[in-house]
Design a protein around this ligand. Structure first.
Ligand SMILES: [Mg+2]
Length: 374
């Protein structure tokens, strides 16, 4: 099926409450939405969640990158999916959230063309998968209140953001454990906040509270430091910001720097590279979690479909859509039941359709407007 037209939109999702991690605080995500049209009006949708502090992109840069990527795809055939992913990867360096939006839109389009859910197109492994819900850095009373609510709605796994002042981090985590710890698995994410030796002493203090899984304790590039922390603590260490690409995953495996790898479509440049990271991880004996930026329902749906089709994913951290006041899509919300996420058995990304009131068109790329990338 020939790609006839690509539209680039922008839209913003607003959080129900400010979300704070060790890298900063935010109240909204400025997203880019891609719509790829095949023949007969059939289209696929994808979303970029640029997350400037993690992947170095903004809505503006993602729009600029999207124009370059769109130019490399227009007029091509969706039957050549492998070739199209190669064109996306080589259209420009990095800019992985923009690439993810095109990857997701292409997968949505082709699974709609085959009239199957994306998870089935990818090769379904399971019908549903457990998700955690994240509690950001906040005052202790608010953290306890949120944890109690999450327990009430059936959540069995909570991720707590840490990486501010260690004693207040410990106190907050301890209060949550004391309130809901019975029956709820709690782990922590420091988002690169600690130096390696500091991480070891901090993690040992969290271990005394019963914590046994720690995400990204040290700065992203310090894979040796991550390995040093792993060898000197008994917790499982999960690499997040240290692994964006398949090549990063190989580095972490070689240095024995992690016990788990957090895959995010926005870091990898979409599902086709997430599959490579999952394969590397599985061969090395490292399970995956699939995580998210503060992204909307299109990208979350893609993460769910990928997770349902990937054996090596043992649980997911796909929860940001439930923390949004608005959605860039109209129609039914993505299901989350008793802490599990599932596809809703429709074709493509489900019954997601763009909400015209929440997004605005930035650019239309047609064959005549094809630009040279370089
Ligand atoms: Mg993380």
């Amino acid at each position: 099926m020939k790609i006839e037209k690509i539209e680039i939109f922008k839209g913003t999702v607003y959080y129900k409450a400010p979300f704070k991690i060790s890298l900063g605080s935010s109240e909204q995500s400025d997203e880019v939405v891609i719509k790829i049209y095949g023949e007969n009006g059939l289209y696929g949708i994808g979303e970029a969640s640029p997350a400037s502090h993690i992947i170095g992109e903004t809505q503006e840069t993602a729009i600029a990158a999207s124009k370059v990527i769109a130019s490399s795809l227009i007029g091509e055939d969706t039957d050549d999916l492998g070739l199209l992913f190669d064109k996306i990867d080589h259209s420009l360096l990095r800019n992985t959230s923009a690439k993810a939006a095109f990857d997701i839109a292409l997968y949505d389009l082709i699974s709609k063309e085959h009239n199957v859910p994306l998870s089935k197109f990818l090769g379904k492994y399971r019908k549903k998968i457990e998700t955690d819900v994240t509690i950001g850095i906040m005052d202790n009373a608010s953290a306890v209140k949120k944890a109690e609510y999450l327990k009430k709605i059936g959540i069995k796994r909570i991720k707590m953001k840490v990486g501010e002042e260690i004693n207040s981090d410990l106190k907050r985590v301890e209060e949550v454990i004391n309130t809901v710890g019975n029956g709820i698995n709690i782990f922590i994410d420091a988002n690169q906040a600690w130096k390696p030796k500091e991480a070891i002493s901090n993690i040992r203090r969290f271990e005394s509270l019963g914590i046994d899984l720690v995400e990204q304790p040290v700065i992203a590039y310090d894979v040796d430091g991550l390995a040093f922390v792993r060898k000197n603590t008994s917790s499982r260490i999960m690499a997040d910001e240290s692994v964006h690409s398949p090549e990063d995953a190989i580095r972490v495996v070689k240095k024995e720097a992690a016990d788990m790898i957090n895959i995010k479509l926005m870091k990898s440049g979409g599902i086709h590279n997430a599959i490579k990271i999952a394969n590397i991880s599985e061969a090395a004996g490292l399970p995956n979690m699939v995580g998210c930026m503060m992204e909307g329902s299109i990208a979350i749906a893609a993460g769910i479909h990928f997770s349902l089709s990937t054996k090596n994913v043992i649980f997911v951290d796909l929860d940001s859509d439930i923390d949004m006041k608005n959605t860039l899509t109209s129609g039914m919300m993505l299901p989350m039941e008793n802490g599990f996420r599932m596809d809703d058995n429709f074709s493509g990304l489900g019954n997601l359709a763009l909400n015209g009131e929440e997004i605005s068109l930035v650019e239309t790329i047609k064959e005549g407007s094809r630009q040279k990338a370089f």
